[in-house]
Design a protein around this ligand. Structure first.
Ligand SMILES: [Fe+2]
Ligand SMILES: [Fe+2]
Length: 191
């Protein structure tokens, strides 16, 4: 083969590694960017800036219902619901803690509400840890699941009935769009 057409194995490997790295970086960076644009577009059409958080609440409560209603013998089902709950709750909590609660504090000057909500997220994490550590067939697992469901139900009611309405009322159209896009970007970092 003429020398000009010969590609050394090292160069070929480097080129492949470079392509793989670009693909990897793209795969990590693209979802948040796309999600951010989607949040902006939805709110531009008159949507609710916290709509995706409301959808999370429904999904989270449905996992909790299944966990509380499960029998001690249903260890596999319990493990599956707990895993899905943790994933959904992690992305949801990150969006609220990094975007929504600071907006509550800055726009409404209601630092107490935001502080209370942060503290309740910390309580949820403690209960999730207990659920991880307790055998799925143990009746104590059911008690922890019930306690977590009660805490999250109250927390969600506070957000949906008190804090989200206050935030919606305080934001103009441009700020609503910005909030929605930031929420989507933040959630996409983990999902
Ligand atoms: Fe929350
Ligand atoms: Fe929430």
């Amino acid at each position: 083969m003429p020398r000009a057409f010969r590609i050394s194995p090292i160069r070929a490997a480097a080129s492949f590694a470079g392509g793989a790295l670009i693909a990897l970086i793209g795969a990590r960076l693209l979802p948040p960017v796309v999600a951010q644009a989607r949040g902006m577009a939805r709110t531009r059409a008159g949507g609710d800036p916290v709509a995706s958080l409301l959808a999370d609440h429904r999904a989270i409560m449905s996992h909790l219902d299944a966990m509380v209603e499960s029998a001690d013998a249903q260890a596999f089902s319990r493990a599956q619901h707990l895993l899905r709950l943790k994933r959904r709750l992690a992305a949801h909590a990150m969006a609220e803690e990094d975007i929504v609660y600071p907006a509550l504090r800055d726009n409404l000057k209601t630092a107490e509400d935001a502080t209370q909500l942060y503290e309740e997220h910390a309580e949820m994490k403690v209960l999730l840890y207990k659920l991880e550590q307790t055998p799925k067939t143990d009746e104590q697992w059911h008690l922890h699941a019930t306690e977590l469901r009660t805490l999250i139900e109250r927390h969600v009611r506070q957000e949906e009935k008190v804090d989200f309405p206050k935030l919606r009322a305080a934001l103009d159209d441009a700020s609503s769009r910005e909030l929605a896009s930031k929420i989507e970007r933040e959630k996409a970092l983990l999902l």
